[in-house]
Design a protein around this ligand. Structure first.
Ligand code: OFO
Length: 167
């Protein structure tokens, strides 16, 4: 059993994870139009992962007698200035999600809701990994630049990350 306030905050998290999934799908599609197939498959994987994060909260809600609400999802941008700005946007979104998870942890802690607190630990860890990955990609872009020639190498790097995380 969870409180109404925790339920509301978890539904807000569902909405953020759902938006992340759509945002990364939109980014993947834009990369596709630029011929960046490595970036595309990396972002498709990220989009799938975010949907799984959203579904995990639905599952949790079901286990603790909460009601997971399917969110309305606002349309993400479909155009991006550059690959670099796209990954900056991704990193910013991850930071926003981390912030929201931390607020949820705060709330669960205040309410002494140890079950939710425990459930959220997985997200705390996941966000640490995702922020680290986004920063690593941005570091690489900053290192080799995002001129057309450099993009070829960035795309190969992302293809590698994407296939190493597959399965
Ligand atoms: Fe859902 O892990 Fe990132 O946002």
């Amino acid at each position: 059993m969870i409180s109404k306030e925790i339920e509301k905050a978890l539904n807000n998290q569902i909405s953020l994870e759902g938006y992340a999934s759509h945002l990364y799908l939109s980014m993947a599609s834009w990369c596709d139009t630029q011929g960046l197939t490595g970036c595309k498959s990396f972002l498709m994987d990220q989009s799938d992962e975010e949907r799984v994060h959203m579904l995990k909260i639905f599952e949790y809600m079901s286990e603790v007698d909460g009601h997971g609400i399917t969110p309305e999802i606002k349309q993400p941008p479909s155009q991006f200035k550059s690959v670099k700005s796209l990954f900056e946007m991704l990193y910013e979104h991850e930071q926003k999600v981390t912030q929201s998870i931390h607020e949820l942890v705060d709330l669960a802690y205040t309410e002494k809701d140890y079950t939710t607190l425990n459930f959220l630990q997985w997200y705390v860890e996941e966000q640490r990994e995702e922020e680290d990955l986004a920063r690593t990609i941005l570091d690489k872009i900053n290192l080799i630049g995002d001129s057309p020639q450099s993009l070829y190498f960035i795309d190969m790097e992302l293809e590698k990350i994407s296939s190493s995380s597959a399965g």
